[in-house]
Design a protein around this ligand. Structure first.
Ligand code: PLP
Length: 439
């Protein structure tokens, strides 16, 4: 322990007495204590270590405690900790330049926020100001954040108790395993999902729709890779009706899919790109919107009515610069591609073939979900309590994963090694084998 008297019990007790947690009924919590972390591992005060295949909240793309990022934050803290957003600052300019360089041609500026939700909030604001329209169309199977418009744009259940913002309309995004369109294959799913979206636009009044907001690959909703042609089809609909297309790359961006941006897999580009998490792996909170040329130019002579005290905070910006430079120099995105689409995908496919409880496996790069079912024919979702039991057993065996509803999300850092992939897969195999045998 770093300080005498500090142990798991002390930290747990402090937390339970004073800390109010996100998305939780406070009385029944039993948070895991984490004392430290490095690379793909975290550990507690007893020295119990875990392979972190959750990347925390799918954000530590560069792994924990990367020395170059840590020292860049230290150096920035020693020279300038904070500065108002109106001033020009070296770290902010360098961060914006690097982000624009990673984006496709036609993107010119970056607006920085504190995280993903307020990045979506501001992308929505930009689209409304730019088009003079108000409605925002987004997928039911999505999560966009927990501020006013971001939670109203969210499609999953967390929207409902938070519906304060207006002008949000939802549609069904593609999900072949549980098709809303009775589709039998990817082609039908794509065609019918696009026709459904066209009808939603027409019924809502195309002239009232400011933006279509989509996670390029819905993440928390289950790593729902869209059919190859779907996003191109959405792009065409947006162009046909003069609608701004916003892609939320908060979870999928900055290496997670084995590319800098997930939409690079789909040969298309949006008008606004929303990012956070992987841009600096969350070492200091940051997010933002990458703005395409026409929208950026529009605001040259139109006032942008938005801003945040910590927009482009120097510590976050220094972390972005160091993260992106290190990812580039160390081939981190290439590693996510090689490990994720190589041994990790092969191993998850084998597990899917071996265990009937895995009804569906979807993924790309280091972004995978195993959908668990109690009956593979009827695709009955495995009850949440059983998924938690499995999660607990995985932890007892030293593996941290991200679980949502009836799914295990296998989302290691982009720096994961072949040995770590093998170790993680072996734990999954062992736990699934024991679980299946005991049912
Ligand atoms: N958008 C997506 C796709 C996300 O996955 C998340 C968070 O998980 C958010 C937005 C919200 O980001 P934040 O929690 O940083 O506000």
């Amino acid at each position: 322990p770093p300080e005498s008297g500090v142990d798991n019990t002390y930290v747990h007790t402090l937390d339970r007495q004073y800390v109010f947690h996100s998305w939780a009924q406070q009385g029944s919590l039993d948070p895991m204590v984490i004392a430290g972390a490095e690379g793909c591992r975290v550990w507690d005060y007893l020295g119990r270590s875990y392979l972190d295949f959750s990347s925390q909240l799918v954000n530590t793309n560069i792994g924990h405690q990367h020395p170059k990022v840590v020292s860049a934050i230290q150096a920035q803290a020693a020279s300038l900790c904070t500065i108002a957003p109106a001033h020009a600052n070296l770290a902010r300019g360098e961060a914006a330049k690097r982000i624009v360089t990673k984006a496709p041609a036609g993107f010119s500026k970056v607006f920085f926020t504190n995280a993903g939700a307020d990045a979506n909030e501001n992308a929505i604001r930009m689209a409304r100001l730019y088009t003079g329209r108000s409605k925002i169309l987004s997928g039911y199977r999505s999560y966009h954040g927990n501020t006013g418009s971001a939670i109203a744009a969210t499609g999953d259940w967390r929207r409902v108790p938070n519906e304060y913002a207006s002008g949000h309309v939802h549609f069904f995004n593609p999900y072949l395993y549980r098709s809303e369109f009775w589709a039998r294959n990817e082609e039908e799913e794509c065609e019918r999902a696009l026709q459904h979206l066209r009808r939603v636009i027409e019924c809502e009044g195309a002239n009232a729709v400011a933006a279509i907001l989509l996670e390029t690959i819905p993440g928390t909703a289950g790593v729902l890779l869209p059919p190859k042609e779907y996003l191109q089809g959405v792009r065409k609909l947006a162009d046909e009706f003069g609608i701004v297309l916003i892609l939320d790359e908060v979870m999928a961006g900055f290496g997670r899919t084995g590319r800098w941006f997930a939409f690079e897999h789909y040969d298309m580009a949006p008008d606004l790109i929303v990012f956070a998490k992987g841009v600096n792996s969350g070492y200091v909170p940051a997010g933002g919107v990458i703005i395409s040329e026409p929208i950026s130019r529009y605001f040259d002579d139109h006032f942008f009515v938005g801003g945040l005290t910590y927009s482009g905070h120097p510590l976050a910006m220094a972390a972005i610069v160091a993260t992106l430079d290190a990812m580039e120099a160390e081939g981190v995105v290439e590693n996510a591609d090689a490990m994720g689409n190589g041994p990790l995908a092969a191993g998850l496919q084998q597990l899917t073939e071996r265990y009937a409880i895995i009804g569906d496996w979807r993924g790309v790069g280091v972004f995978h979900a195993l959908e668990l079912v109690s009956d593979p024919v009827y695709k009955t979702p495995l009850p949440g309590a059983e998924v938690l039991k499995l999660k607990q057993q995985l932890m007892e065996n030293g593996l941290l994963v991200f679980t949502v509803e009836n799914r295990i999300h296998v989302v290691p850092p982009c720096i994961v090694t072949a040995a770590e992939v093998e170790e993680g897969l072996a734990i999954l195999d062992r736990v699934l084998k024991n679980y299946t045998a005991s049912r």
